[in-house]
Design a protein around this ligand. Sequence first.
Ligand SMILES: C[S@@+](CC[C@H](N)C(=O)[O-])C[C@H]1O[C@@H](n2cnc3c(N)ncnc32)[C@H](O)[C@@H]1O
Length: 214
Amino acid sequence: MENLEKAEDYYDKFSRFYDILSPDWYYRKPREFAVRVMELEEGQNILNLPVGTGQNFEYFQQYLKGSGKIVGVDLSGGMLQKARQKINANKWNNISLFKDDATKINEDWVRDHLGEGVKFDAILCDLGLSGFPEWRNVIDNLLPLLRPGGRFVIMDWYIEQPGLRAEFIKWIGGGEVDRPLYQYLAERVEDFQLNDSFKGGDVFVAWGDKVKRL
Ligand SMILES: C[S@@+](CC[C@H](N)C(=O)[O-])C[C@H]1O[C@@H](n2cnc3c(N)ncnc32)[C@H](O)[C@@H]1O
């Protein structure tokens, strides 16, 4: 709990500078790619966890064109405030934001916050799992939230032998870059795929589909 409060406090402060220190152009290629492999269609229902300052919104809207529903969850009220500013500036009305801890997002949470029987067509976890506690549980809790065959996408860092760059990323964003995120995903989805060509091989996009019988 104490760690969660520390994280919230840290990201609330970071939120003021996030779009400057982590500008859109820096992750444009992997973000574009991650959203492309979500294979979104108009009217679909998607979850972005953590939503941060909403840097993905413009990419999602290229496919959704203001239709469907984008659900964004983040621990930090400061980050969500920045996301809300983007929503208001663009007059988007298909986005709902929730302040919560990633480890709480499960089927009960969806029923209580979004309604009985709601399922997502796609889920994007970008630059989040590398910083979440209990990241394996987060993936396990999220997969059942997809409709059968729905798509799970991760965009994050993976550096097997962390060096100076890893220290910098940890310092700036609080992420652990050596977590085997995509290796874990590979065991839990169908048709797992990986593109680890971003940022000199240090940033990857991995995706796969919810196993039909889940
Ligand atoms: C590096 S930012 C990534 C934000 C966004 N996905 C992006 O790519 O710009 C990490 C985000 O994770 C959020 N976060 C950290 N711990 C969290 C937790 N336990 N539950 C939900 N969000 C959390 C932070 O508030 C922050 O917005």
